[in-house]
Write a protein that binds this ligand. Structure first.
Ligand code: ZN
Length: 229
């Protein structure tokens, strides 16, 4: 993906994007488990402490595998088309068993009950990374609003509003990537300014107006919205 340099206040980048502790490592945002090889060039990275950098990986694997299983309607690796999650499910029987336990049949359809704490932890972490990378805003705290819904379960109006966020009234910090995109493309483009990291795999939208708002779509299956006042 195109990557702009960040000319914002460097002090924001001196701390972990997720806990605002001392940073020592850099973390890919989005995590590569949500993307397929070959990876896009210039993947965004944010500063992270070693604890946060390593602390989410099992939950990220769980979330990526969970999405693949829901889309395929099975936890059987042989029936999972996505190579990366197929391999993880085959190599990690405990992970597969845990997702399998959440499976039920309702009205003749296979449904899965996600582990909400694990999924919300991952989505909030992704959103914190995007806020720091795009908007130069540190959001190392619990968000004020959080939602994560399969796109197909959104009503027509809800889906339209999710895909077409209102333009922000406040401009992002001077020097931040979002501000550079706004200046390059013109203010109108902020409205539909989704950033595609990898087609059909991962896209996100970052805006600042009445709060910091991050929207994420993973595998064109699940839509997430994270908002801080
Ligand atoms: Zn941290």
């Amino acid at each position: 993906m195109d990557q702009l340099s960040n000319y914002g206040d460097k002090r924001t980048l001196a701390y972990c994007a997720f806990c605002s502790g001392e940073t020592g490592t850099r973390d890919h945002c989005p995590s590569r488990v949500f993307l397929d090889e070959p990876y896009p060039k210039n993947l965004p990275v944010v500063p992270a402490c070693s604890k946060c950098n390593a602390g989410f990986s099992l939950d990220e694997e769980y979330f990526a595998c969970f999405i693949s299983c829901v889309i395929a309607g099975t936890t059987n690796p042989d029936e999972i088309p996505r190579e990366k999650t197929k391999r993880l499910l085959a190599e990690k029987p405990l992970l597969r068993a845990r997702i399998d336990k959440a499976r039920a049949v309702s009205n003749g359809r296979t449904v899965f009950q996600p582990e909400h704490d694990r999924i919300s932890g991952v989505v909030i972490k992704l959103a914190q990374g995007h806020a720091l990378f795009e908007l130069h805003e540190s959001c190392a705290r619990r968000p004020d609003n959080f939602a994560c819904v399969p796109l197909e379960l959104m009503g027509e109006q809800e889906r339209f509003e999710f895909e077409n966020p209102q333009g922000s009234e406040v401009w992002p910090e001077v020097g931040s990537r979002a501000m550079q995109r706004l200046v390059e493309l013109g203010p109108g483009t902020q409205r539909s300014g989704w950033l595609e990291v990898q087609p059909d795999r991962y896209r996100y939208h970052a805006s600042i107006g009445s709060g910091i708002e991050i929207r994420i779509v993973i595998h064109e299956y699940i839509g997430c919205l994270v908002w801080w006042k």
